[in-house]
Write a protein that binds this ligand. Structure first.
Ligand code: SF4
Length: 288
């Protein structure tokens, strides 16, 4: 590219690990180094590059309780249900890396259920964090992103508690809440809404969206299986051309043709090093 048509390359105001993932990785690294390795139940974060680095110091992810070999297991920042935690503790030491924001959502679900509320978690029913939160409601709830799943309840519980998976988009949660109010506000009903969306992601999504409005190409760096990364890409794609990439190697030269302003952002489980590699590769690919 000539200096004249070289695009501006700009990193979003918030990239790299969120505090919850940073804390989980710090705990894991310490335990793995002290003990020469440790197992985690499920992937501790949804990011291949991070998992590879952790594997190098002896961190091994197992999918099922039955596969745990050692006498210590680390649970992920997404948290687990109390039943699962009890099962794990029955036979081994459990080190939790549950993020404080996830813990807040779990506590909210437990308190609502104890107070007689049917708990609705706005989120992906299959995601480990959502399964864990619902577990704290002791079976008195459901997880969905579709209000029809609530209207289908027969009878509709009189007391409804509504909270959110921590990684959801605030505006989407607000829309969902409005629909729940419309369908459930009947005689004697009681609806308790708790905003459990994580502050880091709220700011990260806002920063990504602000950049998307100014850029004609946005690259979102993160794991394809990472819910929060996909959510950022989904939020920005109606605004500008957006691609989710795992590493700098995924950047296609054709995306850069004719672009004036390239934005780069990342999910909360993406290391800043990976973001910096993307920035460097973009600089090289657009060099005069
Ligand atoms: S994204 Fe938010 S809730 Fe999830 S680990 Fe990070 S800080 Fe915690």
């Amino acid at each position: 590219m000539t200096p004249k048509n070289r695009p501006v390359i700009e990193k979003a105001a918030r990239t790299g690990f969120c505090f919850g993932v940073r804390r989980a990785i710090n705990i894991l690294e310490k335990v793995a180094r002290e003990r020469g390795g440790v197992e985690t139940l499920g992937a501790v974060v949804h990011n291949q590059q991070v998992l590879q680095k952790l594997a190098e110091i002896g961190v091994k992810a197992v999918d099922n309780i039955e596969d745990i070999q050692g006498d210590t297991v680390v649970t992920s920042s997404h948290g687990v249900s109390p039943d699962l935690e009890e099962k794990l503790r029955a036979r081994r030491e459990v080190i939790s890396t549950t993020c404080h924001d996830v813990r807040r959502a779990q506590t909210a679900a437990a308190k609502l259920a104890q107070s007689g509320f049917f708990v609705i978690v706005y989120g992906d029913a299959g995601h480990p964090e959502v399964k864990g939160i619902l577990g704290w409601a002791k079976g008195k709830g459901l997880a969905t992103t579709d209000e029809k799943a609530v209207s289908a309840l027969d009878p509709l519980p009189r007391k409804l508690g509504v909270l959110s998976q921590t990684t959801q988009v605030p505006a989407h949660f607000a829309d969902f809440v409005k629909k729940i109010i419309d369908l459930a506000l009947i005689k004697n009903s009681e609806i308790h809404i708790i905003d459990t969306i994580c502050h880091d992601l709220r700011e990260r999504q806002a920063a990504a969206l602000e950049l998307a409005h100014r850029a004609d190409l946005l690259l979102v760096v993160g794991g394809r299986s990472s819910a929060n990364t996909s959510r950022i890409a989904g939020l920005c794609s109606p605004v500008t051309e957006t691609h989710l990439i795992e590493t700098a190697a995924d950047i296609r030269p054709a995306w850069l043709a004719g672009k004036k302003h390239v934005g780069v952002t990342s999910g909360a489980s993406t290391a800043e090093d990976t973001v910096e590699e993307v920035m460097k590769k973009l600089e090289e690919m657009t060099a005069p």
